[in-house]
Design a binder for this molecule. Sequence first.
Ligand SMILES: Nc1ncnc2c1ncn2[C@@H]1O[C@H](COP(=O)(O)OP(=O)(O)OP(=O)(O)O)[C@@H](O)[C@H]1O
Length: 609
Amino acid sequence: MSSPEVPSPDTTASDDIGKLPPALRSMWRLCRLGFSYEPSLMGVSFVLALLAAVPDALLAVWFKLLGEGLLRQDAALLWFAIIALAVSTVATWLLQTISTRLQRRFRDKVTIALESHVARLQATIATVAHQERPEYLDRLAVLREETYTLDHMYMSVFSTAGWLVRLGITVALLGAVNPVLVTLVLFAVPTVAATSWRPAVERTAQERGAQSTRLATHLYTLSTTAAAGKELRVLGIGPALAGRRRAAWETWYRPVAKERNRSAAWYAGGWAIFALGYTGAIALVAAGPHASASGAILVLTAGARLSSYLGATVGEIGFLRGTWMDGAQRLAWLEHYAAGVAQHANLPAPERITDGIRLEHVTFRYPGASRPALDDVDLFLPAGSVVAVVGENGAGKSTLVKLLAKLYSPASGRILVDGADLAEIDTARWRERLAGAFQDFFRFEFRAGQAVGVGDLPRLDAEPALAAAVERAGAADLIRALPSGLATQLGPTWDGGVDVSFGQWQKIALARGFMRDEPLLVTLDEPTAALDAETEHQLFERYAERAHLARQSGSVTVLVSHRFSTVRMADLIVVMDGARVAEYGSHDELMARNGRYAELYRIQATAYQ
Ligand SMILES: Nc1ncnc2c1ncn2[C@@H]1O[C@H](COP(=O)(O)OP(=O)(O)OP(=O)(O)O)[C@@H](O)[C@H]1O
């Protein structure tokens, strides 16, 4: 089955992340998505939910006949009513039970499919802005919570359809006693309106405070996890953090509670109106012009059921309005955003780099930032070279690396790979040819071999490749010292898991970055900051040597480091200053120029003497 079309958000919105896409189309799309995962289970569950409603709603008729049989002393009618009551009750129970079991199965299967869909979307969006910008994070934080409840949506749709069938039959029965009774439905309108309006109002208040909830969750994680444990205790800021968490939660909760109280008052008012109508209906049938005992029995039973059916229907509609509509809209927005970011780049990555990577007037500003992180950068990174990037904190070094990895696109200017615009090269294929490691690496708590192997997924368990990567990263001693070598589980919270030091985690990250054999670009963004200067120096000496031997592959290595002893062995050194390239050249050239590099180099050399 083809994937349902994704509704596009309202791009006329002034807010630059765009409004959520239209509600109905998003909800319909989510239904079709569920159907595309499990068509038969969904179809059968739906039909059974409708069928189960019929005998349940007919109970009022059998009660009426029972009353009539008793009043008329009609044994045949009495027995018919009794058998019909029994059959209806058993049929309702049986159909309901089968339907619920099937719905659960459907729900379990769809849950995992939907969660995987959302996770895949977020993890594969080509750029990282959605994981760094507060507006995106707030929108996605709500979606992440809702993903766990989206599966309830399908159950709720089935139930709502069942309740509507019950309502339809009940209203028809009431109409048969006295057509005026159909107007009872009108008395339910305020309740239905209040119920469907309620979640939207509450949701808006929740989203307005989403940043405070994120802060509260962040502070809770800080207070309860090991990562921040030491600092927290040494600084003695635990109680202050707990206080701030409480305050952040209150900031979120106060307006939400206010909205909840306001909408609850409207809701209660709606129900009071229905109660008035119901009382009037009973009075009309029991004491009106054509009063009859059996009519009164039917109105009493059907009317009472009407109110419970209505309660259930509006409850489901309220849930659907809240979760289905909102979740569906957010999901459709995420899909649309992912498709938009996918950039229709279809050039393949080159087999090898023959000339080099050229940055032409590249300017980039982070969304919301007042000044550019890269400003009119012109640079040539020759094929087969090791290029070191140095500069003060915030000079734009990591940003340069992020642009080369296509995690962001330049606002203006171009990055050319052997003359081909990087923007035109398919992002996934470019990334397949990247390797490297970052200072803010991730600790993959897998088996050590897999924590390295994910650096080149097709060779996840390929022992020779793992051993080579470990050797390149200078991590062989570390792996040997682990109780089961590459098979050792990392992370103390897992069964038999071991913890390793920060520097050792960094070596594992580095080995992961060295998994790919023939990358076009290797980005090493301070990947050895946790290692001592001597170890880093030896590591890069070996690395640079190997990079020079493999020069003919054309691979370009970009190394960001603050250690000039490491930097000096690079073929080309780029000095960044205030988002611009201040100078570049080899170590000897830059020393001879006696500029910024020479000054920084001497300061560090003196400090180490
Ligand atoms: N995700 C982001 N959102 C907004 N601004 C950012 C983001 N990342 C970096 N910046 C800003 O962009 C500028 C360049 O940052 P970048 O991380 O490239 O510097 P850097 O030279 O790598 O610094 P360091 O040596 O400290 O790692 C800085 O002013 C920084 O505050």
